[in-house]
Design a protein around this ligand. Sequence first.
Ligand SMILES: Nc1ncnc2c1ncn2[C@@H]1O[C@H](COP(=O)(O)OP(=O)(O)OP(=O)(O)O)[C@@H](O)[C@H]1O
Length: 499
Amino acid sequence: MPETEKDSLPRILIVDDDNEIRYSLKRVLGKLDAELLEAGSGEEGLKVAEKEKPEVILLDNRMGGISGMETLQNLRSLGGGSVIIMMTAHGTTQTAIEAMKYGAFDYLMKPFEPEKILDLVKKGLRAHKDRRSSGNYESKLKVEDYAEGIVGSSEGMQLVLKQVGQVTASDATVMITGESGTGKELVARCIHDHSLRSKKTFIAVNCAAIPDNLIESELFGHEKGSFTGATSQRQGKFELCDGGTLFLDEIGDMALPTQTKILRAIQEGEIQRVGGTSPIQVNVRVIAATNRDIEEMVKTQDFREDLYYRLNVFRIRIPPLRDRRDDIPEIIDYHLQRLAKQKKIRPRSISAEALEVMKAQPWNGNVRELENVVYRSAVVAQGSTILVADLPADLEGREGTDPIAAPAAPSRVENEVPSTGTDPVSQDQGEESLFDALFNTLVTKEEGRLLQAVEYAMIRRSMDHFENNQAKAASLLGMSKSTLRTRLSLLRAEESKSE
Ligand SMILES: Nc1ncnc2c1ncn2[C@@H]1O[C@H](COP(=O)(O)OP(=O)(O)OP(=O)(O)O)[C@@H](O)[C@H]1O
């Protein structure tokens, strides 16, 4: 290619320590009219970027030497204006938020789909052009630590996390919408924790939980004697939150006169206590949330249009859990680890069958409901794994899916949750079909240890059934107490190995 033609082509730099990935990315990107550069480490990537000033950089997150995230920060401080696309093996909350917060343009999860890479790189090239013509190279960002808590690799949740990363750098008002229990408050806290206000207060107010006649005093405070019961002067949440972030949950439930005052507080940075005469200056970032159709409320004039526009500067829509079922295993795992760490429960995993039942639920109460079911099941479970029999009996499709867990489970499950009476053992189910089902379930899963798996399950259930009375359990199982004790210690050793 002649030198001048080469010079006019946009440059794309691929930074990855895996030769094969660089090779396949080059093949995909070869379709573009661009010069392809490569680097096998973060250090080398920085040198090439400084010298060549590529328009777009594809940057792997996990590399030997300096990590992708460190490279990203260093690239930003070089200030070359390259559009950076991070590549990650696993999409975690941290990577998503960090990448966007440190100014990545976007990020891709492996394994890559060629079409997606091409699309994104084309978008990146266009964005670079736009940035250059507007002179808008983003400012450098500061390194901070990260709070965890939001789990989800689904596309929907990753978009939410990217938006969190984008909005943390600014002080803009944010509106979060989503059904109840989808994690609106969690997202609001996360924005606060990553923002410049993180050292100041975060206050959450559930507007729906406060009666109309008290909401104004709650938010703006009151002067002594301003109404019956106002026996002393009191600061409201806006004042208490000065310098910080105020999360107004269920904003759609707020009466119109209060909406007017909220608008003034956001617009003018000014509030007035109930019964007060002089305005008080406040500097508060408002994040609002609602599970109602706020646009419809604006149309029906139940929500002030001007306040809507003021709040809706940046919109984050959290999808319901049923639309991101891929997140369910991760969320269960996250909450199990969290509860185990707090020593509240023992199980650290969930069986494949129980997970299938969980994944199939409608989850109308979203993550809150899922978290609750995980907790209830974990409390009931005896071993290190949650089985179908440990799930609340009212879950759809719970009955009959885990024959190994079913026979001795009812007593325990019934103690914990109201039984629907649909346990396999209480149904008119012949012995043959029960054992057939058991065999069919285990034939592929327990290859080489089928008898042991059945024995261990029966021992667990018998111990549970007799509330750990070894004599009674041994008698039912038809073994001596000392054999039972030996088996129990083997079983426990195996359980703790799998933890
Ligand atoms: N992505 C997630 N990963 C892990 N836990 C989550 C996630 N989303 C929500 N949760 C958990 O679910 C529960 C409900 O979350 P949160 O209170 O933020 O929901 P919400 O949308 O604000 O609910 P509401 O509309 O009823 O106020 C919390 O305990 C939270 O920790």
